[in-house]
Design a protein around this ligand. Structure first.
Ligand code: SF4
Length: 276
């Protein structure tokens, strides 16, 4: 049976951080409570949105608070607007009416996204592009740009064309997963995002159970693929590949490089090895 859950900006942004996270979110897997850092970012994003709305009001713009409903009026600024197009659902923090409409027809709105950090990450741009995409296809109010408001209240205008082009195949993959929920989740590839991911505990437990190579420090997806091609899937298997080699005279002054096979051997035997 197909999955009914909507595709949201958070799922599309998760896809660019970790495909497995996007898959688990889409499937509605039970997850841990949000990490403190994520809660802090959300609180700061809410504060910067409020500052933006207040300053727009002071500047004499008309504001309509939609509170998660679809846009109805024609105010200059629509806050917390729900946007829908088929199975794509999003809530725009704010949409600001463009002075010059793009092309003919009704005035269009520029999506605004408030974030809790000072710097803009790729995932933030993807979330903004998602809003622009849904606005374009679901509400026929395509905007070529969007705005990200950071924790300091600074607004940065972002061109959406390239981001929306990147988003297209991502949405197609997510729709494919929705249509075939029995698909196996993407493999676990532990990464920098894991410490604040709500699936951290599950992934770590599964990786330990599988004795997965991803548990090794400095293991990358590319190197993992290389070992998989050789039929090496576990840390135990990898540990048997380590062979101490004599260094050539010429290379003796060079420091020894990091060795994944030695790391695997140390884990299997529980010993400390001095490489040089
Ligand atoms: S814990 Fe890491 S590997 Fe697992 S879903 Fe989250 S980001 Fe992906």
């Amino acid at each position: 049976m197909a999955n009914d859950s909507p595709i949201t900006p958070d799922i599309a942004a998760a896809y660019c951080l970790c495909k497995r996270k996007a898959f688990l979110l889409l499937r509605g897997e039970e997850c841990e409570a949000s990490h403190q850092y994520v809660l802090l970012m959300e609180a700061q994003a809410a504060a910067s949105l409020k500052t933006f709305i207040d300053s727009s009001e002071r500047a004499g713009l008309s504001i309509q608070h939609c509170n998660g409903a679809e846009p109805t009026g024609k105010a200059d600024v629509l806050a917390q607007v729900s946007l829908r197009a088929d199975d794509l659902h999003a809530t725009a923090d704010a949409m600001v009416s463009l002075e010059k409409p793009v092309g003919k027809g009704q005035p269009t709105y520029e999506p605004h996204l408030a974030i809790g950090s000072h710097s803009i990450a790729k995932a933030d741009k993807i979330r903004l592009a998602f809003l622009g995409h849904v606005l374009g296809i679901g509400h026929r109010r395509r905007s070529h740009t969007g705005v990200i408001i950071n924790a300091a209240g600074d607004a940065q205008r972002i061109k959406l064309a390239k981001l929306v082009a990147y988003l297209g195949p991502v949405i197609d993959t997510l729709k494919g997963w929705k249509a075939a929920p029995a698909t196996a989740p993407p493999p676990i590839l532990l990464n920098d995002h894991c410490p604040i991911c709500p699936f951290k505990k599950k992934c770590l437990e599964q990786a330990e159970k599988d004795d997965s190579l991803t548990l090794l420090d400095r293991m990358t997806p590319k190197v993992m693929r290389k070992y998989h091609k050789k039929g090496i899937f576990t840390i135990t298997q990898l540990s048997y590949l380590f062979k101490p080699r004599r260094q050539r005279k010429k290379r003796k002054d060079r420091p020894a490089g990091f060795n994944l096979e030695l790391q695997a051997l140390a884990l299997r035997t529980g010993k400390i090895y001095l490489h040089q």
